[in-house]
Structures are given as structure tokens and as C-alpha cells.
Design a protein around this ligand. Structure first.
Ligand SMILES: Nc1ncnc2c1ncn2[C@@H]1O[C@H](COP(=O)(O)OP(=O)(O)OP(=O)(O)O)[C@@H](O)[C@H]1O
Ligand SMILES: [Mg+2]
Length: 209
């Protein structure tokens, strides 16, 4: 997979942006971090999840109950950051991430340096239609859609929700009522990806990426 990235044609700034989409729990974040680690210096990680709106803003818009749905993200803000990265300014660009303990976005978690010429970004909604998400898609040099067999994917999601404090019942209920409807929406867009990767048998490790 690192070879696939290294072979990609570079834009005028010499930078390449790889976008990974996929359903909740499909392994996007795990794969993106593993790729960045395997490539080493020169690669940087940028999660879409950093562009979650804060609970305060969601409450103002009556969207708290829909947290995690496409309209609960600052998609234009994400597209603009990608656009800035594409220009490759000669200073550090700080990017947010989502803190699963706080369940809130957190500014300035990642530092993307001028020397970084491979940006791996990932999230649920990179391939959605509509003005804002299309603006994100336009900034990607290539897009990969990852899939993991549904039962395994849901089992991992439930385990992750429990690890971050949900009871087993609440974890199962969240997957059924929130994650799975989002998964159905994301799956309708897999045809828009440049490449589909099945991660069902994938074991994170430097030898496999
Ligand atoms: N190949 C794997 N083997 C074992 N566990 C894995 C593997 N890939 C991912 N996981 C685990 O499964 C869970 C879901 O993976 P991950 O967080 O990468 O998914 P995601 O697609 O980023 O999900 P989300 O859309 O919710 O952010 C995590 O707890 C992760 O550690
Ligand atoms: Mg993730």
C-alpha cells in the first residue's frame, strides 16, 4: 500500500493527498496511522474527525442527537484546510483531531510540516455528494474506500464504544441506531472511490503496509 502512495503523480507543489473513506469501524484511522508510520518522515496524518462541530455548536443548531451525521461536521473548514495544504506554505500547519475521551474536537493535535509531501486523510464522508463534501473530494489526489466484513466491523465498534465508557447495552444500541444508518449512507458511495480495499483479513503491521 505504501508503494501505491509513492507511485502517485505529484501536483505542482510536490505534495500528494490520499483520502480514505469507509463505514464506521472499517479501520480507516488504523490504516491511515499505519501508513503514515510505515512511510516515516515526510508523511502526515489528517483526520476528518477533527472537524466535528463542538457540542456547544450542535446544541445551538439542535443537532446534538445527530452527532456524527454528515451535517454535524465543518466540511467547508476541512476542505479549506486541505486546500491550504495543497499550496504547501512554508510554515507548520496545525490540524485538529477528535478526542474520544472528551467526545469533542481538539485543535492543534497534528502538526503538518512543510517537508511533509504525503498527506493521508481519512473519514466517513469524503465521497459524499453535495457542495461541501465535493469541495473536500476535489482536494484529494486519490481516494480509497475501505471495507471490513460487517459483523467483524460492528463487533470492533461495540468494543471501542465500551473501551471509551459505554455500557455493553448502550454500545450495541449506538451501533444499531447511529453507526449503522451512517454506514448505509457511506456504502452507497463506494463506487465513487478510485480504489476499494478489503481490510477484513488485514493485520496492522509494518510488513503489510
Ligand atoms: N486489522 C485490525 N485488527 C484488529 N483490530 C482492528 C483492526 N483494524 C481496526 N481495528 C480496531 O477496530 C476499531 C475500529 O477501527 P478504526 O477506529 O480504525 O475504524 P474507523 O474506520 O476509523 O472508525 P470510525 O469511522 O468510527 O472513526 C478500533 O478499535 C481499532 O483498534
Ligand atoms: Mg476513525
Amino acid at each position: 500500500m505504501t508503494a501505491l502512495i509513492r507511485e502517485l503523480p505529484r501536483g505542482t507543489s510536490g505534495r500528494v493527498i490520499v483520502g480514505i473513506s469507509g463505514s464506521p469501524g472499517s479501520g480507516k484511522s488504523t490504516l491511515a496511522r499505519a501508513l503514515v508510520r510505515a512511510i516515516g518522515p515526510g508523511a502526515a496524518y489528517l483526520p476528518m474527525d477533527g472537524f466535528h462541530l463542538a457540542d456547544e455548536q450542535l446544541a445551538r443548531q439542535g443537532l446534538l442527537e445527530r452527532k456524527g451525521a454528515p451535517e454535524t461536521f465543518d466540511a467547508f473548514g476541512y476542505a479549506r484546510l486541505l486546500e491550504t495544504l495543497r499550496v504547501r506554505p512554508q510554515h507548520t500547519i496545525y490540524a485538529p483531531d477528535f478526542d474520544r475521551r472528551l467526545e469533542q474536537p481538539l485543535a492543534g493535535v497534528s502538526a503538518i510540516e512543510p517537508r511533509d509531501d504525503i498527506i493521508v486523510t481519512e473519514g466517513n464522508y469524503l465521497l459524499l455528494p453535495g457542495e461541501a463534501w465535493s469541495a473536500v473530494r476535489r482536494q484529494l489526489d486519490t481516494s480509497w474506500h475501505v471495507v471490513t466484513e460487517s459483523a467483524l466491523r460492528q463487533q470492533r465498534l461495540i468494543a471501542r464504544h465500551e473501551a471509551f465508557g459505554k455500557t455493553p447495552d448502550a454500545a450495541r444500541e449506538w451501533v444499531r441506531t447511529v453507526d449503522e444508518p451512517n454506514a448505509r449512507l457511506i456504502e452507497t458511495r463506494e463506487g465513487a472511490a478510485d480504489r476499494i480495499l478489503d481490510l477484513t483479513e488485514w493485520v496492522p503491521g509494518p510488513e503489510l503496509v
